[in-house]
Design a protein around this ligand. Structure first.
Ligand SMILES: NC(=O)c1ccc[n+]([C@@H]2O[C@H](COP(=O)([O-])OP(=O)(O)OC[C@H]3O[C@@H](n4cnc5c(N)ncnc54)[C@H](OP(=O)(O)O)[C@@H]3O)[C@@H](O)[C@H]2O)c1
Length: 284
């Protein structure tokens, strides 16, 4: 159980993951202050200093997450995802504040034919992934007590994501397509938040991978969403990523080896389908 007087700042606190992190930490007894744009721009050092005042830990969920837009807005993506974590790390280290940072499977090129471990070589395919990798490294170089958790294919109540976008499409059309060559694990932000809270309470340090248990193609996830929602009148066709060129290239294999974070005793990672079913039951 957390110390009731411990104060924690959550950056990107109104985002999809940040809002869940705030809720989980508050429920665990922390005094949480959530920050987001516009009042706290993480690229402004004085805003970071203000957010760090009086806290013992900070969770950084702030990020430039528009993967395709990052290709044409590289300097903004780098400022938010690469430079800000370094500045945050240095400010926090000087003040003895623990930093928990969030990163992504997009640091990998997806070419391996097995789940990725934390020490596998990172080789991003796009600007977003490169900026997130640079952020991980800038934070690690800052010293101080800190951990970075890479997550993937996250969905949650606050924010657009793969699940909400697919449901939106399924509500307006009967003929649907989904790529069947990207493999990963859709992961509920509530589960991520519980794992982050666990690491924070233990002041875990280092690099971790977190995803729901199991793996599926995006096509299989889409089929599960249709079945779980009872949308049987839809036709779902499988296609390939290469059939739909986007501004940013995506890794085909996003699977994570999560044995390191499991060894930290985080709550059991639910199978992706179970977590998805629970999520869909609670959303309209
Ligand atoms: N969503 C996924 O599938 C996924 C997958 C892997 C990793 N991640 C990582 O998970 C973490 C949380 O992302 P998310 O999914 O919760 O995305 P999100 O909903 O876009 O949350 C990011 C939050 O950061 C805010 N933000 C953007 N620029 C900022 C700045 N300069 N200063 C302060 N806040 C800023 C955003 O505000 P605005 O909305 O106003 O821009 C948003 O509230 C990120 O590190 C992301 O890279 C996400």
């Amino acid at each position: 159980m957390a110390n009731a007087v411990e104060r924690v700042a959550v950056l990107g606190g109104r985002g999809m993951l940040g809002s869940e992190v705030g809720a989980v930490l508050r429920a665990a007894g922390y005094a949480v202050r959530s920050y987001d744009l516009p009042e706290c721009d993480v690229t402004v050092p004085s805003a970071l200093e203000a957010a760090l005042a009086g806290v013992t830990a900070v969770v950084n969920c702030a990020a430039f997450t528009a993967v395709d837009a990052a290709e044409s807005q590289a300097s903004r993506a780098m400022a938010v995802n690469a430079e800000a974590p370094g500045v945050l790390g240095r400010l926090a280290a000087r003040r003895g504040i623990y930093v928990l940072h969030v990163s992504t499977d997009f640091v990998f090129d997806g070419a391996l034919d097995r789940p990725y471990r934390e020490d596998d070589e990172a080789r991003p395919l796009n600007v977003y992934g490169a900026s997130k990798l640079a952020g991980e490294r800038a934070l690690a170089a800052a010293g101080g007590a800190q951990a970075t958790v890479r997550v993937q294919w996250t969905y949650g109540a606050a924010g657009a994501n793969f699940v909400s976008r697919f449901l939106e499409r399924a509500s307006s059309t009967t003929d649907l397509m989904m790529v069947a060559d990207q493999v990963g694990a859709p992961t509920w932000t509530g589960d991520v938040a519980a794992a982050l809270a666990h690491l924070l309470a233990r002041r875990a340090t280092g690099l971790f991978h977190y995803a729901a248990a199991g793996a599926a193609t995006r096509y299989e996830v889409a089929a599960a969403i249709l079945a779980l929602r009872g949308l049987y009148g839809r036709r779902l066709e499988a296609c390939r990523t290469a059939d739909f060129p986007a501004a940013a290239r995506r890794p085909l294999n996003s699977r994570f080896d999560c044995s390191r974070i499991d060894a930290m005793g985080v709550p059991a990672r639910p199978p992706w389908r179970e977590a998805l079913a629970r999520f869909l039951e609670t959303t309209a």
